[in-house]
Write a protein that binds this ligand. Structure first.
Ligand SMILES: C[S@@+](CC[C@H](N)C(=O)[O-])C[C@H]1O[C@@H](n2cnc3c(N)ncnc32)[C@H](O)[C@@H]1O
Length: 263
């Protein structure tokens, strides 16, 4: 295996990947990340619950797609490996499923390489979602993902780190165009509808000092991200309400909207 580069290009800035790792109880984070994560908790005390609920949504969506026969997954903004990684869930149903993990954070990707080791059909890649062509043309994407067949594109808890709406829709347009009929788009996105408005502003202010900036969006904003894909049942809903295994498992809203679209 190639040697890992664990040099943080932005050592004094919290990163969204490591803040999220902290909320999930992970240990792949630094003091600067923990401070920012705790600041968010002081604004929104249910943050750990919400992160876990979002993660559980991701797991249920991947299980559903693997059950539909999807065996290739492009996971953008994949984060630091934790419990219930996409490849682990997909491999329970089809051990030959291929997964490309893409993240902007080089430290997250270095941890991914270390944790994943040498799995033949799973690879982490450093890339920026705002440059979708580079992701699609990346040698590892081309090696593992065949866009002539249905694919699952996972963009889970990532797009709220693309505050610019024009950029957001350009990115999604490039990916949607590349996917053939029968492909799926899994999205989740922070949406603070129903919470006091100052919460979003205060969370955005915390991320203003981080490597990625944060912008919550409304239900109708997030729905537009699916373009002309059919959003399958139950639609774009709070992540806890997306096909729960047990309706009592997640009793409160997560304030992440989750949905799965089919081309
Ligand atoms: C909250 S985590 C979500 C991780 C995982 N998708 C999940 O839902 O459990 C958001 C991830 O998006 C990544 N990210 C943020 N902006 C990005 C960008 N422009 N391109 C690629 N990844 C990005 C962060 O580094 C972080 O790992």
């Amino acid at each position: 295996m190639t040697e890992l580069d664990m040099t943080d290009p932005y050592p004094n800035q919290p990163s969204s990947a490591r803040i999220y790792d902290y909320w999930l109880g992970g240990t792949h984070n630094f003091e600067v990340d923990r401070q920012a994560a705790e600041q968010v908790i002081s604004v929104y005390p249910e943050m750990r619950y919400s992160a876990q609920a979002n993660r559980a949504f991701l797991g249920r969506a991947v299980t559903f797609l693997a059950q539909q026969g999807i065996d290739q997954f492009l996971d953008i903004g994949s984060g630091i490996p934790t419990e219930g990684n996409v490849h682990e869930i997909a491999h329970q149903i089809n051990p030959r499923s291929r997964v490309v993990y893409v993240d902007i954070d080089p430290i997250a990707v270095a941890y991914s390489q270390r944790i994943l080791g040498e799995l033949p059909h799973v690879v982490p890649v450093v890339a920026d979602a705002r440059d979708p062509d580079t992701i699609l043309e990346h040698s590892q994407t081309r090696r593992l993902i065949d866009f002539n067949k249905p694919v699952a594109l996972l963009i889970v808890a990532m797009l709220h780190f693309v505050p610019n709406d024009t950029q957001l829709h350009r990115i999604l347009g490039v990916f949607r165009e590349k996917m053939i009929a029968g492909s799926y788009l899994v999205l989740s996105h922070a949406s603070l509808d129903g919470l006091p408005p100052e919460i979003g502003a205060r969370v955005s202010a915390i991320y203003a000092k981080a490597t990625e900036q944060f912008k919550a969006r409304t239900h109708s904003d997030v729905l537009q991200c699916f373009g002309d894909f059919d959003v399958i049942d139950p639609g774009l809903v709070d992540a806890v309400d997306w096909r729960p295994n047990d309706p009592n498992e997640w009793p409160n809203k997560s304030y992440y909207l989750g949905g799965v679209g089919r081309k």
